[in-house]
Ligand binder design. Structure first.
Ligand code: SAM
Length: 209
């Protein structure tokens, strides 16, 4: 795949993201986001906030800091930000190297983002660092399915798909990574035959490397 094509796709992705996601949001993803974010509390960090789809679902929180490395995504979410709360702060940053002190956040939110981060384990370690000891992670992710032919398909499609979809890997075993990073999963549910997972995980576990 040529470098020029990859650059075009990176610029194009933020422009089409909301439109491309609309059917799947309507099929139930929006409801899952809403259910997930009901548990958000206190000082919240959302990583890879994209175009800001989650903003309307934050209630009962003190403040949300939303980090997103892609300028195109950030600009789109800035427009939506003016429609929502003054307690929402947008920061251009990478979840693998967060510009926040240790033990800062009560809740970290990650939606459809560990599929895209280059080193999701590094990001998870960062989340452990910035979460307070009694803080928790709320995640809604698509993951590798535990079925040999579907997971083989996910493996086969990922090399092309990641160039078309902003770096998204279809085949990440994100739940195992979350556990490996020391989070303790408190609740977990899966949807779409195991393609999507929604979970809450407590920080402060011991790292299993
Ligand atoms: C599939 S989009 C999901 C956007 C949004 N969270 C949602 O639920 O619609 C993945 C997002 O992760 C962001 N991302 C990629 N690498 C990242 C990183 N290292 N740190 C934080 N966000 C990252 C992308 O820029 C993109 O906005």
């Amino acid at each position: 795949m040529g470098k020029g094509f990859r650059v075009i796709m990176v610029r194009f992705f933020p422009l089409v993201y909301d439109m491309a996601m609309r059917p799947i949001e309507g099929m139930g993803l929006r409801l899952l986001r809403q259910q997930l974010l009901e548990s958000a509390r206190g000082e919240v960090l959302e990583i890879g906030s994209g175009t800001g789809v989650n903003y309307p679902f934050y209630h009962s929180v003190e403040r949300v800091i939303a980090v997103e490395p892609d300028r195109g995504m950030l600009e789109r979410s800035r427009k939506k930000n003016s429609l929502f709360s003054e307690q929402l702060i947008l920061v251009q940053a990478d979840a693998q190297f967060l510009p926040f002190a240790d033990n800062t956040f009560d809740t970290v939110v990650a939606c459809l983002v560990f599929c895209t981060i280059s080193d999701p384990f590094l990001a998870l370690q960062e989340l452990q660092r910035v979460l307070k000891p009694d803080g928790f992670l709320l995640a809604l992710e698509h993951v590798r399915i535990k079925n040999s032919w579907v997971s083989a398909l996910q493996d086969g499609l990922t090399p092309l798909w990641k160039h078309l979809a902003g770096g998204c890997h279809l085949n990440r075993d994100t739940v195992s990574l979350i556990r490996k990073a020391g989070f303790q999963i408190q609740y977990f549910s899966s949807y779409g035959g195991g393609l999507f997972v929604k979970l809450k995980a407590q920080s402060g576990g011991v790292l299993v490397c």
